[in-house]
Ligand binder design. Structure first.
Ligand code: AMP
Length: 126
């Protein structure tokens, strides 16, 4: 499957250092930074450094090293934001939006990790 990546998207610009971000953590394969419009007391976005449009693109096409690096950074964020369950955090919601039906705004794969309060129902009622 081919996923057309737009190099002008805002997260690509963040990765190129063209616009600032509030970095939480980083490794060779992924970057975690605070959402500019937080929907929870803690709202961190984790993105791969590679050119992946969406979750399904990343899951299908990223290397094992990229997937491992991304997931380990997610674990680091959960721990550092004190929401992860291992060390007694109160929990979090991790979501990713893809495409039009997912209402994805930025076409570079990102995982939202949100915590610090009860997140409420998983999705709005239809
Ligand atoms: P999504 O709808 O899943 O594509 O979410 C995109 C998210 O990116 C939104 O929650 C925005 O608030 C966030 N966002 C957009 N621009 C920036 C930026 N420059 N820095 C941090 N977060 C951003």
């Amino acid at each position: 499957m081919s996923f057309a990546y737009d190099d002008s998207n805002i997260f690509a610009r963040i990765l190129r250092g063209e616009i600032p971000n509030d970095t939480v953590a980083e490794n060779d394969h992924a970057l975690a930074f605070r959402d500019i419009s937080p929907k929870a007391p803690s709202h961190v976005l984790v993105i791969p450094k590679g050119r992946y449009v969406s979750f399904d693109d990343f899951a299908a096409n990223a290397s094992e090293a990229e997937i491992a690096g991304f997931m380990r950074l997610c674990a680091q964020v959960c721990a550092s934001e004190s929401v992860g369950l291992e060390k007694g955090g109160d929990g979090f919601r991790a979501i990713t939006n893809a495409g039009a039906h997912g209402v994805q705004e930025v076409p570079h794969f990102h995982l939202h990790i949100m915590g610090g309060a009860v997140m409420g129902p998983m999705i709005g009622t239809r």
